[in-house]
Ligand binder design. Structure first.
Ligand SMILES: [Zn+2]
Length: 128
């Protein structure tokens, strides 16, 4: 975990290193999702994905299992779509800018959700 001031991060464009790192995260996540959707479940996922899916799997032991599986698939497809878009923006050199307000997205947020399209304040507006 790198600790940086969010102020300096938001003001500065993303470094080459950061972009390369985020691209790596995106590609790895995409591989993971594609592996899951084609049924290759033996691939060890990153810890956070594992625990999240583990929790959901535990809750899925009842009659809602199919429904939850379907929901998981839809979520995966959405993330996959967002990852494709993020990779496209990386290619175009516009990665890390908020889709709604055009401001740079804090790199801490990109680290957490590399495929995010909007900055934290626009996200909060969406949820409000
Ligand atoms: Zn925004």
């Amino acid at each position: 975990m790198r600790l940086k001031s969010l102020d300096t991060v938001a003001a500065a464009p993303l470094s080459e290193d950061t972009l390369a790192h985020l691209k790596d995260l995106l590609l790895r996540k995409r591989t993971e999702l594609l592996a899951t959707s084609t049924g290759a479940r033996a691939i060890p996922a990153s810890a956070d994905v594992n625990s999240r899916q583990g929790d959901m799997a535990d809750q899925a032991s009842g009659t809602n299992e199919v429904e939850i599986q379907l929901k998981l698939k839809q979520t995966d497809a959405k993330i996959l779509q967002a990852i494709e878009e993020a990779l496209y923006r990386l290619e175009k050199g516009v990665y890390g800018l908020c889709r709604d307000c055009g401001d740079p997205i804090a790199s801490a947020r990109l680290e957490a959700i590399p495929w995010t399209r909007v900055c934290i304040s626009c996200k909060q507006k969406q949820n409000a």
